[in-house]
Design a protein around this ligand. Structure first.
Ligand code: SER
Length: 583
């Protein structure tokens, strides 16, 4: 059975059981900065699980694109995915355990026609927070699952909560028996050997976890999630999701194109390509923070593995085309995002290739040295330095080290990154005296931000706005400029938006040395012309800013994060002052 049929049958089944079909939420949550991506179907429904009335009633069903990155390192094996679709049905204080289980059983055995003897289930064993879930076990028996295929486990297996706090409860999970040999006489659904595949999870959400304590919610909810890719795999009788129609066309094309085949790399490319397309289609763009960084990481890992497969990177637009064509039945909304996806992915790939070429060369030197010394571990300092000097991502260093049979201690690398951040924070207490040489990472970012702000003010206010001074700490920036009026809220917003737009565009910062008069002639901005020597350095940011300046600056504006104006006030006559932060 094809994925689209499974989805349609699911929605139809629950519609027939008086559920309203609600639309799928975007992968990038609306109005919820607390999470990076939608990670479960229940996420957009949290307010209603907590008691708010849903306009469509108390029985809901939908399909939901989700993205989880906690297992990103595992992608390439035979089952892990970052991006997947979850089919879900909900009771908001309506039916509870018995009816939910009866419906799940009916759907699996009658609609999908999975033989009952192939199904095992698990229930919550009970602890000091919540009693053993006997009602769930009884409901399974009543539905048709015999006692020997009902298992009880603790919180680690049979309790569901999104993150650390929020609505939660005991769950019951359904497993499909692949018919593989048991891994041991004690082989069970929880053992993870691959004999049993988890297909559906019904959570009985009647608790709220807050400050480490569990209290009962006002209503008893049901939240279920069925993984579409896994179910397709089972019903198409395939060994892995990568062998199903969802991934097969891209997997085959990769095999055709690869000069050096490696199944794990092909799986990773197919998975990350699909995930990137889905994120971009929902408005995601690569950057150095949060969501943007995850997208960047997906595209970068994919690019690395395309290289490993020795596939020409110019094939990327064709692969994107093929992938969207493969997915168009499931996600028709992707069809008019083709060009957008190609543009974003190819651009990011180009950027990464530049970093990679430089970084890999340096990495090789490090490896040769280590091997010559007869060592088997790469110093974390080396990895940190490669990042600091060449922007070479630590996770790429890790992959490369492993390919070279060398070890790395990623915990130590993480520690170094932390320490470095702390150091730049410590330095922040000291205000700047004159030049910026030898400053921390954060100050450098603020320094680049002043150039962007200077340029944005010229666009929004007028081109006669000039810098009159600036002061930077690692916590904030202050920028004085000539202007005859107090900025209106609208002007402030326009300035903020423009700076953020340029940050999002991830413009390249370049530096060149020239004669002072040539620099002035070329239109470069300059605060105190007489202060500069005859030969000057000029920093340009994309096409938007050009200034005489001693640096240092970041390499790409995407590193800056989000720019926010905290205050706008008078500084002296005809001079205004803006205080702003990067967050
Ligand atoms: N929230 C549960 C899960 O993600 C069931 O939908 O598995």
């Amino acid at each position: 059975m094809k994925a689209i049929e499974i989805r349609n049958k699911y929605l139809e089944f629950f519609k027939n059981h008086n559920h309203k079909v609600i639309p799928s939420a975007p992968l990038i949550p609306e109005n919820d900065p607390s999470v990076l991506f939608t990670t479960a179907g229940m996420q957009p429904l949290v307010p209603y699980l907590l008691g708010q009335k849903h306009p469509e009633g108390t029985r809901l069903t939908d399909y939901q694109k989700c993205l989880r990155t906690n297992d990103i390192e595992e992608v390439g094996d035979n089952r892990h995915l970052t991006c997947f679709e979850m089919l879900g049905n909900w009771s908001l204080g309506d039916y509870f355990k018995e009816e939910s289980i009866a419906m799940s059983y009916e759907f699996l055995t009658k609609v999908l026609e999975i033989p009952s003897e192939k199904i095992s289930v698990t229930c919550f064993a009970g602890d000091e927070d919540c009693p053993r879930d006997n009602l769930t076990a009884e409901s399974w028996k009543k539905a048709g699952i015999p006692e020997e295929r009902i298992y009880f486990y603790g919180k680690e297996d049979n309790w569901w909560i999104a993150g650390e706090e929020g609505p939660c409860g005991p769950d019951t999970e359904m497993f499909y028996d692949t018919g593989k040999e048991p891994c041991s006489p004690d082989c069970q659904p929880s053992c993870g050997c691959g004999k049993y595949v988890e297909i559906w999870n019904n959570v009985f959400m009647e608790y709220l976890k807050k400050d480490g304590k569990y209290t009962k919610l006002a209503q008893q909810n049901v939240d279920t999630g069925l993984g579409l890719e896994r179910m397709t795999m089972i019903l198409e009788n395939k060994e892995t999701p990568f062998d199903t129609e969802i991934f097969k066309p891209v997997m085959d094309e990769l095999e055709k194109l690869a000069k050096k085949d490696d199944i794990a790399s092909r799986r990773l490319v197919a998975e990350h390509l699909r995930a990137s397309i889905m994120v971009i289609a929902d408005g995601g763009r690569p950057s150095n923070i949060d969501r943007g960084y995850i997208l960047r990481r997906l595209i970068r890992r994919m690019t690395r593995h395309l290289n490993k497969l020795e596939i020409d990177l110019d094939e990327l637009p064709n692969l994107i085309e093929l992938n969207i064509e493969t997915l168009k039945e499931l996600y028709p909304e992707l069809l008019n995002k083709k060009e957008e996806c190609k543009e974003v992915i190819v651009q990011e790939k180009d950027k990464f290739m530049r970093t990679l070429i430089r970084g890999e060369r340096e990495f090789e030197k490090v490896v040769n040295k280590i091997k010559a010394e007869g060592k088997d571990t790469i110093d974390s300092e080396n990895i940190f330095k490669l990042y600091e000097t060449y922007g070479f991502p630590p996770e790429v260093s890790k992959d490369l080290a492993e390919e070279n049979g060398l070890k790395v201690n990623m915990d130590e690398v993480d520690k170094l990154f932390k320490m470095h951040q702390d150091k730049s924070r410590l330095g922040s207490e000291q205000k700047f005296k004159g030049g910026l040489a030898g400053t921390g990472e954060q100050e450098i970012k603020y320094h680049t931000a002043t150039h962007l702000l200077n340029a944005a003010l010229k666009v929004v206010i007028n081109k006669d706005v000039h810098q009159r001074g600036s002061n930077i700490t690692s916590e904030r920036m202050r920028f004085d400029f000539s202007c005859d009026h107090k900025l209106s809220d609208d002007e402030k917003k326009q300035v903020e938006d423009l700076v953020n737009k340029w940050i999002q565009e991830d413009l390249t910062v370049t530096v060149e040395t020239m004669k002072k008069e040539d620099a002035i002639k070329s239109g470069a901005e300059c605060m105190f012309i007489e202060k500069y020597p005859d030969d000057v350095t000029v920093y340009s940011i994309g096409e938007v800013s050009k200034e005489l300046c001693g640096g240092p600056h970041v390499k790409h504006t995407g590193e800056l994060g989000h720019f926010k104006i905290i205050k706008e006030e008078a500084s002296s006559s005809g001079v205004r002052r803006i205080k702003a932060i990067l967050e």
